[in-house]
Design a protein around this ligand. Structure first.
Ligand SMILES: *Cc1c(COP(=O)(O)O)cnc(C)c1O
Length: 417
C-alpha cells in the first residue's frame, strides 16, 4: 500500500497534488511519500517484532540523506557497499552499531574508514579480503568484527543480473568452503567472528528460496558452534520483491513468519538488509511530455525523463508502470514512452496501452523509489533530477536538480591545450 492516488482525476502524493509540485520544482523529479516510507519500514520491522533483530536498510536502493535520516529515526541501521555510502549513513545520523558493510571489492581506505567509525560488522566475501582486513585492523590496533558472506547456491528465481546466491555469481564464499574459512578467520589476530551472512538476490517474489538459503546457513552455524566458534548475528540480506506489474510477492509478515520459524532455535540476533521492499513503491518519477509522434510502426511519447534518470527499463528490460498525472477519458492507444537520449535503448515503457498524452502533459512512472535516483547518471550531459519528499499536505526538495555548473565540477582543461 502506498500514498499515491487520484482525487477526482488528479494524482496526489498524500495530500499534495503532484501537478502543484511540478509547477514549483519543474520536471523531471523523483517524489517520495514520507508516510509510505514509514509504513513500509514498519511493516518490515514489525514482522520480526518477536525476535531480536536489526533492520539495516540497504543504502544503495535509495541513498538520499533525508531517507536515511528517516529510517535511522525509526531505529534502522544501514547496509553499505562503499565508503561513500558509509559517509552518507554517518552524515544522516545512522548508528554505526547498526551498520553492516557488504561487497566483494572493499578497498583498504574504505576498511580503515569503517573501522574508525566502529561499524557493527564487515560481511567478508573472500579469503583475500579476510587477510587484508586483518592487516588493516592490525595497523590500527583494532579488531574487525566480521561475518562471512556465504554463497548458498540457491536459485532466487529472479533476473540474472540481480541473482547473487548462485555458485556462478561473484558473491560470497562457497558454502562448502565456509567452515575452513571460518577456522582461518578464527586464527587471525585482528579478526573477531560475530556472524554469518548471506544475500541471494533482489526482487524475489517467493519465500522458498530464502528458506532454502537459511537452511544451508543454519547447518553451517550449528557446525560452527560444535567447533567452538560462536555466532551472534545471522544476516539474511535483503531481496524481498515488490509489485511493479502483476507480481505477487509475499507480504513481509509472511516472509517474517517463515524465517522466524526456521531460525528461532538458533537464538541469535537476525540482521536484515531490505532495500527495494521499503522504498520501491514509496517513490515515483514525474516527467513532462515534450513531444508525441507517430513512427511508421509505433506511437512515441517523448518525455523529459530518460534512461539516465531511471535505468531499470533499459538495463534489465524491467516493467515500470506509467500513469497520467491528470486522467482523461479518451480511448487508450499503444505507445512507447521514450526519453531524449541518443540511444534506442532509451525507453521507460514499451508497447503500453496508455491514454493519449499531449504535449505538456505530466506522466508518472510508478515504483521508482528504489534503484531510481541512485542508478541515475549524467549521460548525454543531462543534469540529474530533483528529489522531493511529501509529508501530509506539504513537500520539500530533498535534493536540488543539478545545474550545468555541476556537470563540469572538477573538470580541468590542461595548460597544454
Ligand atoms: C542490493 C543488496 C541488498 C538490497 O537488496 P533489495 O533487493 O533492494 O532488498 C541487500 N544486501 C546486499 C548485500 C545487497 O547487495
Amino acid at each position: 500500500m502506498h500514498h499515491f492516488s487520484y482525487k477526482e482525476d488528479d494524482l496526489y502524493c498524500e495530500d499534495v497534488e503532484v501537478k502543484k509540485i511540478s509547477d514549483e520544482v519543474g520536471t523531471p523529479f523523483f517524489l517520495y511519500s514520507h508516510a509510505t516510507l514509514i509504513r513500509h519500514f514498519e511493516a518490515f520491522d514489525h514482522a520480526f517484532a518477536e525476535v531480536p533483530h536489526i533492520v539495516s536498510y540497504s543504502v544503495k536502493a535509495n541513498s538520499n540523506l533525508a531517507v536515511l535520516r528517516l529510517f535511522s529515526q525509526l531505529g534502522g541501521g544501514a547496509d553499505i557497499v562503499s565508503g561513500g555510502e558509509l559517509f552518507r549513513a554517518i552524515k544522516a545520523g545512522v548508528d554505526p552499531g547498526k551498520i553492516v558493510y557488504s561487497g566483494v571489492g572493499k578497498r583498504e581506505d574504505e576498511m580503515e574508514y569503517a573501522l574508525k567509525e566502529d561499524i557493527l560488522m564487515f560481511n567478508v566475501e573472500s579469503h583475500q579480503e579476510l587477510e587484508r582486513l586483518n592487516c588493516v585492523a592490525g595497523k590500527m590496533g583494532k579488531k574487525a568484527r566480521v561475518a562471512l558472506r556465504v554463497n548458498p547456491d540457491v536459485d532466487p528465481k529472479t533476473h540474472p543480473y540481480i541473482s547473487t546466491g548462485l555458485k556462478q555469481n561473484k558473491f560470497g564464499i562457497p558454502v562448502r568452503e565456509a567452515l575452513n574459512e571460518y577456522h582461518f578467520a578464527a586464527s587471525l589476530e585482528n579478526i573477531q567472528i560475530v556472524g554469518v551472512d548471506c544475500h541471494i538476490g533482489s526482487q524475489l517474489t517467493q519465500v522458498q528460496p530464502f528458506i532454502d538459503a537459511l537452511k544451508k546457513v543454519k547447518a553451517l552455524i550449528l557446525e560452527l558452534r560444535e567447533e567452538g566458534i560462536d555466532i551472534k548475528y545471522l544476516d539474511l540480506g535483503g531481496g524481498l520483491g515488490i509489485t511493479y506489474d502483476e507480481e505477487a510477492p509475499p507480504h513481509p509478515t509472511e516472509y517474517g513468519k517463515a524465517i522466524i520459524e526456521e531460525a528461532k532455535e538458533l537464538d541469535l540476533t537476525l540482521v536484515f538488509e531490505p532495500g527495494r521492499v521499503i522504498v520501491g513503491n514509496a517513490g515515483i518519477l514525474v516527467s513532462k511530455v515534450l513531444y508525441t509522434k507517430r513512427g511508421e510502426e509505433k506511437n512515441f511519447i517523448i518525455a523529459d525523463a530518460a534512461m539516465n534518470d531511471l535505468a531499470r527499463p533499459s538495463l534489465y528490460g524491467s516493467y515500470q508502470k506509467v500513469v497520467p498525472v491528470r486522467k482523461n477519458k479518451e480511448p487508450m492507444i499503444v505507445s512507447d514512452v521514450v526519453g531524449p537520449i541518443c540511444e534506442s535503448g532509451d525507453f521507460l515503457a514499451k508497447d503500453r496501452e496508455l491514454p493519449p498524452f499531449k504535449q505538456g502533459d505530466l506522466l508518472a512512472v510508478m515504483s521508482a523509489g528504489a534503484y531510481g535516483f541512485t542508478m541515475s547518471s549524467n549521460y548525454n550531459s543531462r543534469v540529474r533530477a530533483a528529489e522531493v519528499m511529501v509529508k501530509g499536505d506539504s513537500f520539500e526538495v530533498i535534493r536540488d536538480r543539478e545545474t550545468f555548473k555541476d556537470l563540469v565540477n572538477g573538470e580541468r582543461i590542461p595548460d597544454f591545450l
